[in-house]
Design a protein around this ligand. Structure first.
Ligand code: 5GP
Length: 135
């Protein structure tokens, strides 16, 4: 399946080995554009192409990890710390500390993860309501 007809409403079926052709890998390599708002040695942050809130930013580590488990098992403490510092820096840069915001990371099929490169969503810009729809 190529990128053009990849249905991004479908979660990934399972978290296998890292796919170097995933969309975020291609953004990191500069093969696809992104609306970048922050970058350092550890992380890249850019606006989500399909925003679900007035502010919807994605923060991704610069190295290839599929999931949080993969990231925390394989990355160095410096990489892990650097990544989460970047998440905080992005929230601050967007002036979201005072009004508040939400971060979220989807993993695997039950988490409805669409892109198999570990990432954190940052939502803000309005009251976000309860964490999940009741089940
Ligand atoms: P996930 O469900 O994997 O946590 O979320 C992946 C997110 O990536 C979705 O919110 C989707 O809108 C976003 N996304 C998918 N493709 C692109 C893209 O090419 N550019 C940007 N900026 N966001 C994308």
């Amino acid at each position: 399946m190529n990128i053009e007809n990849w249905n991004l409403d479908m979660p990934v079926a399972g978290l296998g080995p890292y796919d170097p052709q995933n969309i975020f890998a291609r953004i990191l390599r500069g093969e696809l554009p992104c609306n970048r708002i922050y970058e350092d040695d550890y992380a890249l942050a850019f606006h989500d192409i399909h925003p679900r809130a007035p502010v919807h930013v994605l923060i991704i580590p610069k190295l290839p990890y599929v999931s949080l488990a993969d990231f925390t098992a394989q990355a160095s403490p410096e990489q892990i710390g650097g990544f989460f510092k970047a998440v905080g820096a992005v929230a601050k840069q967007l002036n979201l500390e005072a009004p508040g915001y939400r971060i979220l990371a989807n993993m695997g099929a039950h988490g409805h993860q669409e892109v198999p490169h570990f990432h954190v969503h940052l939502f803000g810009g309005r009251p976000l309501g309860p964490m999940l729809v009741e089940f």
